[in-house]
Design a protein around this ligand. Structure first.
Ligand SMILES: *[C@@H]1O[C@H](CO)[C@@H](O)[C@H](O)[C@H]1NC(C)=O
Ligand SMILES: *[C@@H]1O[C@H](CO)[C@@H](O)[C@H](O)[C@H]1NC(C)=O
Ligand SMILES: *[C@@H]1O[C@H](CO)[C@@H](O)[C@H](O)[C@H]1NC(C)=O
Ligand SMILES: *[C@@H]1O[C@H](CO)[C@@H](O)[C@H](O)[C@H]1NC(C)=O
Ligand SMILES: *[C@@H]1O[C@H](CO)[C@@H](O)[C@H](O)[C@H]1NC(C)=O
Ligand SMILES: *[C@@H]1O[C@H](CO)[C@@H](O)[C@H](O)[C@H]1NC(C)=O
Ligand SMILES: *[C@@H]1O[C@H](CO)[C@@H](O)[C@H](O)[C@H]1NC(C)=O
Ligand SMILES: *[C@@H]1O[C@H](CO)[C@@H](O)[C@H](O)[C@H]1NC(C)=O
Ligand SMILES: *[C@@H]1O[C@H](CO)[C@@H](O)[C@H](O)[C@H]1NC(C)=O
Ligand SMILES: *[C@@H]1O[C@H](CO)[C@@H](O)[C@H](O)[C@H]1NC(C)=O
Length: 882
């Protein structure tokens, strides 16, 4: 073992302090000097940016230090609890010093939720024989778990793993033989520890006769020995094996366990849920959600009268469930039947024997009647009955019931529920009523509403009474979506009431008048959609105060005046759509400051002047494959609880774009779009050559302007270009040879210009219809019918510079269109974020506390930060397919 300088110098120094401090407190119980020095040198090699260990000073009794606990009579240190209690910022890191070995009586060591940057778990821990409790989870230790831990024969509680990102090596074992020596072990939790090299995990763990809880979460296990009839787990009451790769039927040996809790969520289990599940009569938690189980539910399931958690959602289960099934389940509190083919059919006057806390019934057939029995559920906190086939009026009592204390989530979205909400008070943290048939005036809000989605209904009347309502306190509203309704009137001047808003969508309504100055008081705003209304007047200068704006969509209104130059100051902007308004004047060159811009759409206005030469400053359009801040602005997470339930499906910003002549909504793939649309304006001058350095640009539309001159020779550098529309300008000259390099090009329109010469032959430029080229009298060659003369056949030297950085494009991009990229994200993106579910699982077992959500958020941030740093898809691919 290498002895560092600190290990020698430190004890000397602290001995001096100690002598002084001991003298000054002669009568109190003070900690052992050797142990104090050991702790100080342990602190010395740790990084502690937020000074969590500031109380660890030589002048103080170490028994009073933060996280240090001494025996109450001997004064020896017995417990060290350095779990990070809060956000990532409070993480300890650095090196875990072997000075700990001097704490002879230490029986409890907790370093969880800190950040040790993938360094290995120190093997000297295996020599700390007095340990009974060791928690190193979610602390980003990596590499081989030292088998020396098997020497900890007094250990009762062991927590390892969790919290990886693409940067840190995962923890792994060669085999689990060492585990079987932990003869006192009662609790074992491993998360994201790679156990795929270990095929005997079941044998090793079943030798632990005291083991009562076993949790192997996302450990890459693929075999639960389904053919075994019996496994000698004498004390096991809790078995959690979620997020592994079990691809077989539910094994029979499970049904001999004294088991209270069985969690097999998110595997690939197949077949039916066996009848003998009924043998587990003391079962309180049954979580089989996220598998491929099929058939009907076993009848004996309904006799498990101790059941509190029944999670069977996201399977191919079928059959009808009626009130009689629940007769014995009086203790049920958490019910998940979402995303199954189960039909939940109960009488309207049913009084269930249970009181639920959570009910997850999305995409499970409950309708067509509204579930009136909900009125009996007093303590329900999470209600998700979205997409459940309800075609009914929401009963009058419902809104009063819903506003009752402590209901967090009400999700009725994507049904055909109708009703009038005028006068109703909404009082839940998350409310989703979108895509239903609600009508009438808008409801009122309590300050506690944080996310409200009422999009795609038939709400009508002026919007200002809603915006100017008197709130009983400061609003917490962060996300408001009322798009696609019949709201009318002016936007009011009450925006100062809503300063917590981060995302606002009022698109597709009948709003009129000016965009009020007071919207500039929405300092936190990241996305603003006011598209397709009848708004008029200028874009107010106050909007420049929205310093975090990432998406601004004001398209489809009657806005006048200039495209304001301050827009260039909002450098966080990724998507700017002002299309179909009445804007005049130049495109201000300041717009080029928007280095994060990926979508610029100012089509269909009356803009004039030339195209600024500085478009090459749109650096996100000049590169391929960087993710950067796309995560936070165009893709966001609003509800960590949802996140835990569904493995982290993000929410996406959406935008209507006209691409390849077709208008459609871009949502989850929005962040992959790179588009410039300046069409249908009065722009003149030439196409700046600088534009050709936007090698990541996919869609370029400059049609219907007065542009002159030639196509830039280096257009062929825009290798990602899929669609190019230069039609209806006054462009001339030959089509540059370099354009044959545009191998992704699938839509081309250069019609109605003055182009001449031969269409470069032998390339995909011939694969377009003649209609792409018509209206150019001097143009010849296929696919046009006009043959070229010998003169025209002369072609200039190939302008492509051979030294060009072809390799700039990552290899995996070659041959992939957007479709692949989307597919990649569909699959890999899900994997990435599934990880959070694991952290959440961990918490779920400890009873969900509020800080948990915070912790998940932090881990997510950490993950995102890492993603941001890692930048290229390369890292992501490695990470994803590892
Ligand atoms: C302090 O701990 C050291 C090392 O364990 C031990 O040798 C010494 O006797 C202890 N001192 C007291 C006063 O208990
Ligand atoms: C010391 O701790 C033990 C066990 O925690 C406890 O039973 C005992 O009452 C405590 N003694 C004093 C003097 O606090
Ligand atoms: C955490 O650190 C970041 C910057 O590093 C800071 O912006 C944020 O406010 C900090 N959060 C807390 C809770 O200290
Ligand atoms: C501790 O464990 C290691 C590796 O398993 C083993 O070689 C060593 O003999 C053990 N030490 C003791 C004291 O048991
Ligand atoms: C199971 O383990 C217990 C505890 O050691 C032992 O007494 C018993 O014989 C074992 N049963 C079988 C069938 O191996
Ligand atoms: C379930 O219990 C019944 C009766 O108690 C027993 O006959 C049967 O073998 C048990 N099934 C399993 C798989 O343990
Ligand atoms: C259902 O499970 C599959 C795979 O197990 C997963 O991809 C999907 O996201 C899950 N859906 C929900 C709603 O949990
Ligand atoms: C369940 O799925 C298996 C294949 O995984 C299939 O053989 C079986 O027929 C299915 N059973 C039902 C009831 O759909
Ligand atoms: C709204 O909810 C809060 C907290 O959940 C509760 O204290 C309050 O009584 C509720 N208000 C109404 C009107 O039900
Ligand atoms: C163009 O050339 C082809 C052969 O290269 C010939 O068959 C065709 O008749 C010509 N068309 C015209 C309009 O000259």
């Amino acid at each position: 073992m290498a002895i560092s300088k600190a290990m020698i110098v430190f004890p000397l120094l602290c001995f001096l302090f100690l002598t002084i401090s001991t003298l000054s407190h002669p009568n109190t119980l003070v900690c052992n000097e050797t142990e104090k020095c050991a702790l100080l040198s342990f602190k010395h090699t740790l990084s502690d940016p937020t000074h969590r260990l500031s109380s660890w000073s030589a002048q103080e009794d170490c028994c009073g230090w933060n996280g240090v606990y001494c025996h109450n009579t001997t004064g020896r240190v017995i417990k060290l609890d350095l779990m990070n209690p809060g956000s990532y910022n409070f993480s300890l890191g650095g090196k875990v010093s072997p000075a700990l070995l001097q704490l002879e009586f230490l029986n409890y060591l907790d370093l969880s939720w800190n950040y040790f940057e993938g360094t290995p778990i120190p093997s000297f821990l295996g020599s700390m024989r007095s340990l009974t409790y060791l928690d190193l989870s979610y602390a980003s230790f990596g590499g081989l778990i030292p088998p020396q831990l098997g020497n900890l024969s007094n250990l009762q509680h062991l927590n390892l793993g969790g919290g990886y990102s693409s940067y840190e090596p995962q923890l792994y074992v060669e085999n689990l033989d060492w585990i079987s020596h932990l003869s006192s072990l009662e609790y074992l939790y491993m998360s994201e520890v790679d156990l795929q090299r270990e095929v005997h995990w079941l044998e090793s763990t079943s030798m632990l006769y005291s083991l009562s809880e076993l949790h192997l979460v996302a450990c890459e296990l693929d075999n639960m020995s389904p053919s075994l009839g019996y496994v000698n787990f004498t004390s096991l009451t809790t078995l959690g094996l979620p997020q592994n790769h079990f691809h077989h039927e539910i094994p029979n040996w499970l049904f001999n366990l004294p088991l209270n809790s069985l969690v097999l969520s998110y595997n690939h289990l197949i077949g039916q849920i066996p009848e003998c599940l009924g043998n587990l009569s003391s079962l309180t938690i049954l979580a089989l959600n996220g598998n491929r189980l099929n058939g009907t539910l076993p009848s004996r399931l309904w006799f498990l009268s101790n059941l509190e958690h029944l999670f069977i959602g996201n399977n191919s289960l079928e059959g009808t469930i009626s009130e009689v099934h629940f007769n014995k389940l009086s203790k049920l509190k958490y019910l998940d039947m979402s995303s199954t083919s189960l039909i939940f059919k109960v009488k309207p006057n049913w009084v269930p024997p249970f009181q639920l806390k959570e009910m997850w019934m999305s995409s499970c057939q409950m309708g067509p009647n509204f579930p009136t029995w909900l009125e009996t559920q007093i303590s329900l906190r999470y209600l998700d009955i979205s997409k459940s086939g309800i075609v009914d009026i929401a009963p009058k009592w419902f809104w009063k019931w819903a506003s009752h204390i402590d209901r967090q989530l009400i999700d009725l979205s994507e049904n055909q529920i109708s009703g009038n909400l005028s006068g109703v008070l909404l009082n839940n943290t998350y409310i989703d009523l979108s895509s239903n048939c609600f009508m009438g005036e808008l409801p009122r809000l309590s300050p506690q509403v944080s996310r409200l989605n009422m999009a795609n209904n038939s709400f009508s009347g002026p919007i200002s009474p809603f915006l100017c309502q008197k709130l009983n306190g400061k609003s917490n509203l962060e996300i408001l979506d009322m798009s696609t309704n019949n709201l009318s009137g002016e936007l009011s001047h009450c925006w100062t009431y809503w300063q917590s808003l981060t995302r606002l969508n009022l698109g597709n309504n009948n709003l009129s008048g000016k965009i009020p100055d007071s919207m500039g008081s929405l300092f936190e705003l990241e996305a603003l959609h006011l598209h397709n209304n009848r708004l008029s007047g200028d874009i107010p200068p106050s909007l420049r105060n929205c310093k975090s704006l990432g998406l601004l969509d004001l398209g489809g209104n009657k806005l006048t005046g200039n495209l304001p130059s301050w827009v260039g100051e909002r450098t966080t902007l990724m998507a700017l759509s002002l299309r179909s308004n009445k804007l005049i004047g130049n495109i201000p060159p300041q717009i080029c400051w928007l280095s994060s811009l990926i979508i610029l759409d100012v089509a269909n206005n009356s803009l004039s002047g030339t195209i600024p030469k500085c478009f090459n400053n749109f650096s996100l359009m000049a590169t391929i494959g960087t993710e950067d801040d796309a995560f936070s602005v165009l893709e966001y997470y609003y509800d960590y609880y949802y996140y835990y339930r569904y493995g982290g499906a993000p929410n996406y910003e959406n935008l209507m774009l006209v691409i390849k002549g077709k208008e459609s909504e871009y949502k989850s793939i929005l962040k992959f779009v790179r588009s410039i649309d300046l069409s249908s304006n009065d722009l003149w001058g030439s196409i700046p050559t600088e534009i050709s350095s936007l090698s990541g640009l996919e869609f370029l539309n400059l049609s219907c302007n007065n542009l002159m001159g030639t196509i830039p020779e280096k257009m062929g550098r825009m290798k990602a270009l899929e669609s190019l529309d230069l039609s209806r300008n006054h462009l001339s000259g030959e089509i540059p040879q370099s354009m044959k390099n545009l191998s992704f090009l699938s839509h081309l329109n250069i019609s109605y210009n003055n182009f001449s010469g031969r269409i470069p032959s032998g390339t995909q430029l011939q694969s377009f219809d003649a209609i792409s080229y018509i209206g150019n009298a001097e143009l010849c060659g296929a696919p046009l019918t006009k043959n070229c003369t010998e003169d025209e056949d002369f072609q200039g030297v190939d302008v492509i510079d051979e030294n060009e950085e072809v390799s700039e494009i990552p290899w995996f991009y070659i041959g992939m269109g957007l479709g692949f990229i989307v597919g990649f994200w569909g699959v890999c993106g899900a994997l990435l974020f599934k990880k959070a579910w694991r952290h959440a699982y961990f918490q779920f077992l400890y009873r969900v506390k509020d800080w948990v959500y915070v912790a998940i958020a932090i881990r997510l941030n950490r993950l995102q930060n890492n993603l941001r740093v890692s930048e290229t898809h390369h890292h992501l691919i490695n990470f994803c397919f590892k």
